[in-house]
Design a protein. Structure first.
Length: 252
């Protein structure tokens, strides 16, 4: 888990609360209510979004009836939800993340001589990089060819690190709003824990802070490498999010 903020350098919580309230279709006050607020929505999913001071549980009404007495410490526990729903945990498709942000004041740069902005002529190296990630089973492999991160597209902003002529790590950024940008990073398995991921993420974050006041970093729960990179660069935790897809049938 990415450490929470210090008392001296803090995140603009009110701005972030307004942004996430719009995303989640809830009230900003719900995220600071001191308890989880139950929000009915019948779309076949459960969303839990928790800040340090409150949050929301968004789910179909029958599911919310099972969640009223849950302790805050259990809200991000997939096995707990499975038990409440009388399901095997593997029947619940899930994704749990820690959402962190940095600002110009919090950011700590990590310059690296091998990092540069990727251009059109890097397309072949980028395609090879994505193929290697896909073969290794990386869930982020497709991110480098979809979602506005294709080289040459106007909204594309990618940074890469080369080693011996091979593209080994890539970070990308995209704007989420006028104030908020998002950075994502991945590194070829053979070159992880050697500083490349931190370096390309630093390049992307620095560029993002030139056009946005906040930069978002989402770390999948259990991804220690991503957490270390975020910590080195000065990202601080804002919230934790759990998403669950309900199966069409229930077990008895």
């Amino acid at each position: 888990m990415i450490p929470t903020i210090s008392a001296r350098l803090t995140l603009p919580f009110s701005d972030l609360d307004r942004y996430w309230a719009a995303v989640l279709d809830c009230a900003s006050a719900d995220l600071r209510a001191g308890r989880p607020v139950l929000a009915p929505r019948d779309d076949g999913t459960i969303q839990v979004f928790m800040t340090s001071d409150g949050g929301v549980i968004i789910a179909p009404p029958p599911v919310l009836e099972l969640a009223g007495d849950l302790k805050v410490d259990h809200l991000l526990d997939v096995e707990m939800w499975a038990a409440r729903l009388r399901l095997r945990p593997e029947r619940l498709a899930s994704h749990a993340t820690t959402i962190a942000y940095t600002t110009r004041e919090l950011f700590r740069g990590q310059p690296h001589p091998f990092v540069r902005r990727l251009k059109r002529y890097d397309a072949e190296a980028l395609a090879r990089y994505a193929r290697i990630l896909a073969a290794a089973g990386s869930p982020s492999a497709s991110h480098w060819t979809v979602g506005g991160r294709v080289l040459g597209a106007p909204e594309t902003h990618l940074w890469g690190a080369y080693f011996e002529g091979r593209l080994v790590s890539v970070a990308g950024l995209r704007l989420l709003s006028e104030q908020i940008a998002e950075v994502g990073v991945d590194t070829l398995p053979k070159y992880r824990q050697q500083g490349y991921g931190t370096a390309v993420a630093a390049g992307a974050t620095q560029a993002a802070l030139a056009v946005a006041s906040l930069v978002q970093w989402s770390t999948q729960v259990g991804n220690a490498s991503s957490t270390r990179i975020a910590l080195r660069l000065g990202y601080r935790t804002y919230a934790h999010q759990l998403w669950l897809a309900l199966p069409s049938g229930r077990e008895g």
